[in-house]
Design a protein. Structure first.
Length: 252
């Protein structure tokens, strides 16, 4: 007997929330799982969004977390994660998700469709996750991946509008200054991003600055946050994928 599960990466962003809605429109509700892997350093408003969206979708959140924060993982590994080596993402998100696939297999699930909220503008991430699923298929049950945002050609703004207007859930406050709703103080950010962290999440900036001093490593290659604070950025770079957070296009 074949048993299928549709596992949506429910990360706290507007695209992953839209994907949850897409999955519920395209697959039987009882097959859909909203999987959240907590990094313990998400923005407080992102947790609010996750819970309100799950309630609006009338779905439970299935949480599988490592239990440690980004900072704790870095301490345990004795290294500072950064853009070239974001092991926090592997340890706190990918590995708990993989363990969850094992759990499903142990429960008799024979097919898993993973749903990711990547857009068509992220071909490298899409390729990497497709390859990861091929790899997973050799260990677990039959695993495939779908990227509905890219498949349907919806924009991040449309995902935003869907959350806000259709579902009545205000998207995370993180979007007012960042392109994504991942951990504030994400180790993948560059200089401009960190200047924005300093402005919008000063406590996070100070924590990461002190953490660099404690670890003896920098997050940005060749420039500590203390140095950046003094020097600033030479040129303010525009966002790659700007998102309007003005009034909703439905006019609500
Ligand atoms: S969002 Fe950034 S800091 Fe948080 S787990 Fe992912 S890579 Fe690490």
């Amino acid at each position: 007997m074949s048993i299928r599960r549709v596992v949506v990466g429910f990360s706290g962003g507007v695209t992953s929330a839209w994907c949850a809605g897409w999955a519920l429109r395209n697959f039987p509700r009882e097959e859909v799982i909203l999987l959240f892997c907590d990094t313990k350093e998400e923005d407080p408003d992102t947790y609010r969004f996750l819970h309100e969206m799950a309630k609006a979708l009338d779905m439970p959140i299935t949480e599988r977390s490592d239990g440690r924060s980004v900072t704790e993982v870095a301490r345990d590994e004795g290294a500072m994660p950064n853009d070239q080596m974001a092991f926090c993402s592997r340890i706190l998100k990918q590995e708990p998700a993989n363990r969850f696939l094992c759990e499903l297999q142990e429960q008799g699930v024979t097919e898993v469709i993973r749903i990711m909220g990547f857009s068509g503008e992220e071909p490298v991430r899409m390729q990497r996750h497709t390859a990861l699923c091929w790899q997973q298929t050799s260990f677990f049950c039959n695993v495939s991946v779908r990227f509905p945002v890219a498949e349907e050609g919806v924009t991040k703004q449309e995902c935003w509008d869907w959350c806000s207007c259709t579902m009545g859930v205000q998207p995370p406050e993180m979007y007012s200054w960042s392109d994504h709703a991942n951990c504030p103080g994400c180790v993948r950010g560059g200089k401009n991003y960190w200047m924005a962290v300093k402005e919008h999440r000063p406590a996070v900036f100070e924590q990461r600055k002190a953490f660099e001093a404690e670890m003896g490593f920098t997050i940005i290659n060749g420039c500590s946050l203390a140095q950046l604070e003094v020097e600033g950025v030479k040129r303010v770079v525009g966002r790659k994928e700007a998102i309007s957070i003005g009034p909703c296009s439905c006019g609500e």
